[in-house]
Ligand binder design. Structure first.
Ligand code: SAH
Length: 416
C-alpha cells in the first residue's frame, strides 16, 4: 500500500467499547440461528441503550445465551447486520481482514478469464452485510448501505489494500445515507477515499471485452457485473444472428453478441448517455474482428413503445434479450411487476423469428423464480409462441448466494 486513506476516514471516531445488548422475539432468534444476516427493529423487544451507528450489538436469547453479534444502526429499520452468529468472537481488524481474504479467494477463478471488472465483496453473502465493493481495473468502488460501516471502514480498506493491489478507492453511498449528510462528517457520495481523482475514462475487462465505466455517474457502481455469465451464454448463441438487446445500458449483451458473430445488433434504451456509452464500447473493441464486422444500431425510446413499433413494422430477430431494471423492490409491487414482465415477454416473442432464442431476466428480488418463470411462460403462450427448452441461470460467482433472500437475479434462456 502506498499513500494513505482520506483523513476524513482515518480520523473517524472508533465505535464504543460498550456493545448494545439486544433481546429479540423468539422467531427472530430462530431466524438468526438459521443464518439470516439482518435483524429488523420491530423484532427487538429490549435494547440496553441507544448506541451510535457502527457500535457492536449482541443478541441474547431468553436464557441469556449468545445468538449473534453485528453492526448496530439506530437510523435504519435494519437495526443489526450480523457479523458472527452461533459462536462469539472478536470483531476487529483481523476479523475483517479474514473476511476480505475469503472473499478474494472465492474470486480467484475470474483471474484466468481476462476479467478485471467484478464484485470483490457482495454484502451479506461475503459476511459483510451492507457493504459492496466492486473492482474496475485497479479502482475499487465501495458502496455502503448503512452508516454502521463508517467507524470500521478504515480497518476494512487498509486490509483490502494490503491484500489487493489497487490505486484508487471511490466511495458510493446509497440514497438513504445521502439523505442524512449531518451523519457523514463531510464524506460525500463519489468521494475519492484513496488515490487520485478519476481523469478521463476508466475501463475494465469482462472476459476480454473492454468497457468504459463511470463509477460516480453510472448506474449501480458503473456496470452490471452480475450478468457476466449470461452475457457469455449470449455470445455462444449469437453466430450469424440478428439480435435485439432491450434495456441495453452500456451494451454489455450487445458487445457479447457482436463478438459471438452476430451480424446485426440493435440496442434499445431510454437513456441517451447509456446508448452513447454502448457506441463507445463498440469502438473500444473494434480490434476484435467480429465486433468490427457487426452492424450496431441504437434506438433511444421507452422499451415497451419501441418494441411495439418494431412489431408493427414486422421486424424479426433471431435472438432477443430483455434485461429490464428492477420493477419491484417491495412485495406490494410484485403483481404490477409481473404484469410488466408479461408484457415484455409477449412483445419479445412477437419479435422472434421462428425457432429464435429469447433471454428474459429479472433483478426484482421480491419476484420469486417460480412466479417469474410461470408469468413468462404464460405470456409467451398467449402470444402463440410457447417457450421451449427453458434453462434458468442465476448469479455469476462473484455474486454468491449464501441464503435464499439474496437471490435476486433470475434469467431464462428459451426457444420460441
Ligand atoms: N442489460 C444491461 C443492464 C440493464 S439496466 C446490462 O447488461 O448491463 C436497465 C436499463 O434500462 C438502464 O440502462 C435504463 O436506462 C434502462 N431503462 C429503464 N427503464 C426503461 C424504459 N422504460 N425503456 C427503455 N429503457 C429503460
Amino acid at each position: 500500500m502506498t499513500g494513505s486513506l482520506h483523513p476524513l476516514l482515518t480520523d473517524w471516531p472508533r465505535s464504543s467499547s460498550r456493545p448494545v445488548k439486544l433481546q429479540v422475539s423468539n422467531s427472530a432468534v430462530a431466524s438468526l440461528h438459521r443464518g439470516h444476516p439482518l435483524l429488523y427493529v420491530e423484532r427487538i423487544t429490549r435494547e440496553s441503550h441507544k448506541g451510535e451507528p457502527g457500535d457492536l450489538a449482541v443478541v441474547f436469547d431468553n436464557k441469556k445465551r449468545f445468538v449473534a453479534i453485528g453492526l448496530y444502526d439506530p437510523f435504519s429499520p435494519v437495526r443489526l447486520r450480523v457479523l458472527r452468529a452461533g459462536q462469539p468472537g472478536p470483531i476487529d481488524r483481523a476479523f475483517f481482514a479474514e473476511r476480505i481474504a475469503q472473499a478474494l479467494a472465492r474470486r480467484l477463478p475470474l483471474l484466468q478469464t481476462e476479467t478485471d471488472g467484478y464484485r470483490l465483496i457482495h454484502g451479506e453473502s461475503d459476511g459483510m452485510p451492507g457493504m459492496v465493493v466492486d473492482r474496475y481495473g485497479d479502482t475499487a468502488v465501495v458502496k455502503l448501505y448503512t452508516h454502521a460501516w463508517f467507524p470500521h471502514l478504515c480497518d476494512c480498506l487498509e486490509s483490502l489494500l494490503e491484500q489487493q493491489p489497487l490505486s484508487r478507492i471511490v466511495l458510493r453511498l446509497n440514497r438513504g445515507l445521502q439523505q442524512h449528510p449531518e451523519h457523514l462528517r463531510g464524506l460525500e457520495d463519489g468521494q475519492i477515499l484513496y488515490g487520485e481523482p478519476i481523469v478521463g475514462t476508466l475501463t475494465c475487462r469482462e472476459n476480454g471485452l473492454r468497457f468504459e465505466v463511470d463509477p460516480i455517474r453510472g448506474q449501480k457502481t458503473g456496470f452490471f457485473l452480475d450478468q457476466r455469465d449470461n452475457r457469455a451464454r449470449v455470445e455462444r448463441l449469437a453466430l450469424g444472428k440478428r439480435v435485439l438487446n432491450v434495456f441495453s445500458y452500456n451494451g454489455g449483451f450487445s458487445l457479447a453478441a457482436a463478438r459471438g458473430g452476430a451480424r446485426e445488433v440493435t440496442s434499445i434504451d431510454q437513456s441517451g448517455p447509456a446508448l452513447e456509452s454502448s457506441q463507445r464500447n463498440f469502438a473500444l473493441n473494434a480490434d476484435v474482428p467480429t465486433v468490427a464486422a457487426a452492424r450496431h444500431l441504437t434506438i433511444r425510446d421507452d422499451a415497451f413503445k419501441a418494441m411495439a413499433d418494431l412489431v408493427k413494422k414486422g421486424e424479426k430477430y433471431d435472438l432477443v434479450i430483455i434485461d429490464p431494471p428492477a420493477f419491484a423492490v417491495r412485495r406490494a409491487q410484485v403483481k404490477e411487476a409481473l404484469a410488466a414482465y408479461g408484457r415484455l415477454a409477449h412483445l419479445g416473442v412477437s419479435l422472434l423469428a421462428p425457432d429464435g432464442d429469447i433471454v428474459l431476466a429479472s433483478c426484482s428480488s421480491p419476484v420469486t423464480p417460480e412466479d417469474f418463470r410461470r408469468t413468462m411462460c404464460e405470456a409467451a403462450a398467449r402470444a402463440g409462441r410457447p417457450l421451449r427448452r427453458i434453462e434458468e441461470t442465476s448469479h455469476a460467482l462473484d455474486h454468491p448466494l449464501d441464503f435464499a433472500e439474496s437471490r435476486y437475479l433470475k434469467c431464462l434462456f428459451a426457444k420460441a
